[in-house]
Design a protein around this ligand. Structure first.
Ligand SMILES: [Fe+2]
Ligand SMILES: [Fe+2]
Length: 206
């Protein structure tokens, strides 16, 4: 783990090399388009989780966490789409993200609290990876405005990562949560490394 990654205090097992940022920043508009769609999906995900609070816990803290995240993600979406518009670009209508798709396949669907715990962990992983990559982009971006955008985002995504993993940890006996989290971290490192190269937030190296 590099000094810089330990400063972010992320548990990720695959460390993205700076070369990745250099490669994706060759196509900043495509990267912004992918990024905008990810913000939209992050907002939708938080709203989807909003009514899935674990019984019999009271939902107040849960609902507050999800509305806070959804609001942040919509704000990020607005900032990114403004950056696209200022560069005379246009948001594409369709988007796919095989990285997130593969992570969501890990969820033990229909298994009650385990299903929910997995969803929280997948959300935490996506936020943690976004945090890592925004920070890398902020250090390698030659465009001043985009550099500031990426620098402003990584701390916010770091906060979201913490909210999701803290909620997951309230759900089950500690041992079960930690064993599952260790497995999920392994799976995420494999999935991110398998991604093909390209100007997207979750791409692999060329
Ligand atoms: Fe975001
Ligand atoms: Fe986020």
């Amino acid at each position: 783990m590099s000094a810089q990654q330990s400063e972010l205090d992320l548990p990720l097992l695959y460390e993205t090399p700076a070369l990745w940022a250099e490669q994706v920043l060759r196509e900043p508009m495509a990267l912004l388009n992918d990024h905008a769609h990810l913000e939209k999906k992050a907002a939708t995900n938080a709203l989807e989780l909003l009514t899935r609070w674990p019984e019999p816990n009271p939902p107040e803290h849960w609902v507050k966490s999800m509305t806070t995240i959804a609001r942040d993600e919509v704000e990020h979406l607005a900032v990114v789409t403004r950056a696209i518009a200022r560069r005379n670009g246009r948001l594409a209508k369709y988007h796919r993200n095989d990285y997130a798709g593969s992570l969501h396949k890990l969820v033990r669907r229909g298994e009650g609290p385990l299903d929910l715990m997995d969803r929280l962990m997948v959300s935490a992983l996506i936020e943690a990876r976004s945090c890592e990559r925004f920070e890398l982009l902020s250090r390698n971006c030659p465009d001043q405005e985009l550099q500031e955008l990426y620098a402003s985002l990584w701390a916010s995504e770091n906060g979201h990562y913490r909210i999701f993993i803290d909620l997951a940890r309230t759900m089950n006996p500690t041992e079960a949560v930690e064993a599952r989290w260790a497995q999920m971290l392994q799976d995420e490192s494999r999935i991110i490394e398998e991604q093909p190269p390209g100007p997207t937030m979750h791409s692999g190296l060329q």
